[in-house]
Design a protein around this ligand. Structure first.
Ligand code: SF4
Length: 152
C-alpha cells in the first residue's frame, strides 16, 4: 500500500471517532483458528527469516528451502494440505519470533476498517474481549505496524 494512502488511513483513525476509541481487550487463547483452516499467506520479512532460522538453529538457506516460498518480494510460510501453518502443532512452535503479520492479529487494517468487519473478526477469534485492555494508542501502533510491514 502506498505511503500516502497509509498516512491518510492512519490520520483518519487518529482524528475521527471509531468503535475502538475506548479500547479492546485481547488475549490469545491459543485456539489455532487463525493458524489453520482456509489457506492464506503469511509475509515473512528478511529480518524475520534470520530471526526464525536462528531460533530453529538451522541455516537460513535450509529454513527457506524447507518452510518458505517466494511471496511479494520476500517469503511466505508453507502450509499443510489442509491449510494449517507448518509451524502450528498444538500451538505456534515459533511463537517468540513469529512474523509481524501473526503478532498484529487480530488488529489488522482489514479487520478494523469498519465495525461490521470487526464483528466478523470477533466471531473467528475467541481471544477478543479477554485479558489485557489495548487502549486506542496501542491499537493505532499495531495498525501502523501491520500497514507498514505487511502491506505493499
Ligand atoms: S484465533 Fe485468536 S485466540 Fe485463536 S489462536 Fe488466533 S489470535 Fe489466538
Amino acid at each position: 500500500m502506498r505511503q500516502l494512502i497509509k498516512r491518510e488511513i492512519m490520520e483518519q483513525f487518529q482524528n475521527r471517532p471509531y468503535f475502538f476509541d475506548t479500547g479492546i481487550r485481547f488475549e490469545c487463547r491459543q485456539c489455532g483458528t487463525c493458524c489453520t483452516g482456509e489457506p492464506g499467506s503469511v509475509l515473512v520479512s528478511a529480518e524475520e527469516v534470520s530471526a526464525i532460522s536462528a531460533f530453529l538453529k538451522i541455516e537460513v538457506w535450509a529454513f527457506i528451502e524447507r518452510y518458505l516460498y517466494p511471496f511479494r518480494g520476500s517469503f511466505s510460510i508453507r502450509e499443510h494440505p489442509d491449510g494449517r501453518c507448518l509451524f502450528y502443532e498444538n500451538g505456534c512452535t515459533i511463537y517468540p519470533v513469529r512474523p509481524t503479520q501473526c503478532k498484529t492479529y487480530p488488529f489488522w487494517f482489514n479487520n478494523m476498517r469498519s465495525k461490521d468487519r470487526w464483528i466478523k473478526t470477533t466471531r473467528e477469534c475467541p481471544g477478543i474481549g479477554q485479558g489485557r485492555l489495548f487502549i486506542k494508542e496501542d491499537l493505532l501502533d499495531l495498525l501502523e505496524t501491520e500497514l507498514s510491514e505487511t502491506n505493499e
